[in-house]
Each structure stands twice: as structure tokens, then as C-alpha cells.
Design a protein around this ligand. Sequence first.
Ligand SMILES: Cc1cc2nc3c(=O)[nH]c(=O)nc-3n(C[C@H](O)[C@H](O)[C@H](O)COP(=O)(O)OP(=O)(O)OC[C@H]3O[C@@H](n4cnc5c(N)ncnc54)[C@H](O)[C@@H]3O)c2cc1C
Length: 417
Amino acid sequence: MAVKVIKKNCIGCGLCVQTCPFEALQLVEGIVEVDPDKCTNCGDCVEVCPASALELNEPPEKMSDNEVKEVEKREKIVKKIKRELEDYRGVWVFLEQFRGEIAPVSFELLGEGRKLADNLQTKLCGVLLGSGVEKLAEQALWYGADKVYLMDDPVLKDYRTETYAAGLVRLSQKYKPEIILMGATTMGRDLSGAVATELETGLTADCTELSIDESSGYLFQTRPAFGGNIMATIVCRHHRPQMATVRPRVMAMPEKDTGRTGEVVKENLGITEENVLVKVVDVIKEKKAATYLDKAEIIVAGGKGVGNKENFKILKELADLLGGTIGASRAAVEAGWIGQEYQVGQTGVTVRPKVYFAFGISGAIQHLVGMQTSDVIVAVNTAPDAPIFKVATYGIVGDLLQVVPAMTKAFKEKMGV
Ligand SMILES: Cc1cc2nc3c(=O)[nH]c(=O)nc-3n(C[C@H](O)[C@H](O)[C@H](O)COP(=O)(O)OP(=O)(O)OC[C@H]3O[C@@H](n4cnc5c(N)ncnc54)[C@H](O)[C@@H]3O)c2cc1C
């Protein structure tokens, strides 16, 4: 027995198609169609339809024995799926480490994961993979984890998709976490996709907000969509774990408590070097400004309003004086005034400095998503209605070519240099 479609109401949004756990729905020329052989009449699609285009099919008063059996069979399948999802418990954070140092984004995610785990009344666990990294496990406990799953194996010395994905998949299949969070770093982006594919679950990349829906317990994963013009909240309803990546500096760094302790669970990877296809010959460390930009405490950023490459020098002078670094909008990068590694925003670096100066930057959403969580934002713009002023702590309506030298002079006087 299948759900009923009221074709005239269907708006072709496709929500029901995404929701159906049995892949029984599809859009045909913009209107939903039901495959009666797959539909179980479970009602999930009816619940999400915003246009009342689907209705549950009431069972006929008198059903044949075969029909009763069929309904019971389908109900059992629905219950089984729901029960299986309930087996998944706990919030996990992948602890990204490079040469014995945990990436700060992992601590930021532990802070966020703590809130999610408390909301779900479950445990927060770190997952640590590497070689000779056991000592690092306690750091995850200091930043809020209750437990750390550790795979310490020479095969895991250098990051390789194959070995790390195998390790994380193995742990996930054994312990069934409800949620897995990773940094949207080069490693996290690579690993999360491989793991989600292997576990046949969903993954939302570059989330800017995470929360738990009180009624369903689902992880609400919010991220910019359509070029940053809307914020989309994504839910993974029928697969576990729910996986999300978050860029560095998007979430706040939690307090460190070196008094916190917890359990460390050691697990074996079960792979030998001979069985790994990729060999790491050498690791060459790149020295790029961007690696510094996301850690900078003071950023002096310039946009199209800076006018030309030459004018960036006055911003650089201010940045050097304050011990900060230069940043830029994409428009300034595209004008060729500054390197791409300095670009802040959706397609650049996400930053969270103590002070962010925005000179001649209009405040397009794609720029804001990369810097709006800075502690203090100082915006200087000739246009009083520039959107940047909406997120600014302090705003100056004025010409940056006058304001920047005046600021530099005032800081020099204050600092006695
Ligand atoms: C998919 C996609 C991804 C994107 N990713 C990014 C990204 O990562 N980062 C990013 O920055 N943008 C990104 N953009 C581009 C973004 O939409 C904007 O076009 C860009 O941020 C504008 O840069 P801007 O503010 O410097 O330039 P403009 O919008 O041209 O603004 C210049 C500002 O300078 C002011 N001004 C002019 N002269 C002066 C002066 N003398 N003194 C003071 N103020 C002055 C003007 O009033 C104006 O507000 C992306 C766009 C898309 C579609």
C-alpha cells in the first residue's frame, strides 16, 4: 500500500524524494511519483511535504491475508530502520594531528561537540590516529572529551586517505557514533568524503552552525548555499553517523582544563604497510601567509576601496605596527593587488582574530562568512549604508586614505614609537 499523491498540490520541491527511506519517490517533470512496489506508506514524506501533496493511504477495512502480511512486513522494515538508527550513540570529533601537534580546529570542535553531546545526553569522544601519538590523547580530555579512541600504529605515521579512512571506518562500524565532526582542512575535507562514502552516510561540508533539533534529535547542519546568498540547514535523517566538517576559527576555542581526565580506548588498525598502495616519499612544508592568517590575532584587511596595489602599503604599515597581518577581499585579490592566500571569506580563509580592520570592504555575504565572528571589527567605508557596518563593532564613515594614516599616527603616539 502506497501513499497517495495529490498532483495539483505538488510544487516539485523534492523534499519528499530526499526524505523517503525506501527511495520510493521521484520527480517526473516536476511532479512527484510513487513507486508502489517500494513505498511502505510509512508517512515520512507526508510529514515533510510543505504543500499537502501527499496523503497516507488508510488501510481498507477488510484486507486479504496477503495484504495484511504485506503491511506487517513493511511496518517491520520501518521499525528496523528506526531501531538501527537508535543504536548509534555519542558525538565524535576527529583529532587531526600533524607531526605530534593537534590542529586547533579539533579543539574548537570539541567545544562545539561538548554542547551537542550535552544536548543529546551522550558522550563526547575524540578519535586519534597516528604513530607515537598516545601522549596527545590527554589534550582532547582537557578540551572536553569524555573518551578518546586511539589507533597508534607506524602505518599511520603520515596521513594517507586509504589508511586513515580505513581506521575511522573500522572504529565507526564497531562503536556506531551518532555524529562525527571534522575540521574543514585539507586533511578533513579529504578524509570526511572517503569515510562518508564507505559508511554510506551523508556529509555536510563547511558548516557555520551546528545544533540539535529538540523534537527529532537530528543534527541541524547550517552552511551557506547558492554562492552564500542563503543559509541552508541540512539534516541527515535516515543514515548514521551524521557527518559534518567545520572550517578552522568558525567555532570558539573552549577553555582548557588540565585537571580533566577520561578514558583512552586503544584499537588496532589491522593493516600492514605492504597492503597500502600509496607511499609517502617526503613531506615538504609550505610557507604561505594563509597558514598564518587563520591564526592571526590582528588582521588589517583591504578591499576594492583601497584603490590600487600601491595603497596596500599603508595597510601593511599599520599591520606591521600592530604585530598583525594583511588580509583582503576577493575583489582586491582579483584586481591583482594582493595574493590569493590573503583572501578572507567563503572561498578564502576563515578568520577569527581579536581585531579585524575592514578598509574599503563593502561586506558582501561571502566576505562576512569568513570574518564575522572576529572579536572586534573596525570598518572604514565611504558609504554609510555599506553592509559591513551591520557586523562592525566600530564603524567610521570616511576615506581610508585619510583614516589609515591617521590611525597609524595615533597608534604610534600611544605606543611611543
Ligand atoms: C561563489 C562566490 C564566492 C565568493 N567568495 C568570496 C570570498 O571568499 N571573499 C570575498 O571577499 N568575496 C568573495 N566573493 C565576492 C563577493 O561577493 C564580493 O564581490 C566581494 O567581497 C567584494 O569585495 P569588496 O568589498 O572589496 O568590493 P566592493 O563590493 O566593490 O566594495 C568596495 C567598498 O569600498 C568602499 N570604498 C570605496 N572607496 C573607498 C575609500 N577611499 N575609503 C573607504 N571605503 C571606500 C565602497 O563604498 C565599497 O563599499 C565571492 C563571490 C561569489 C559569487
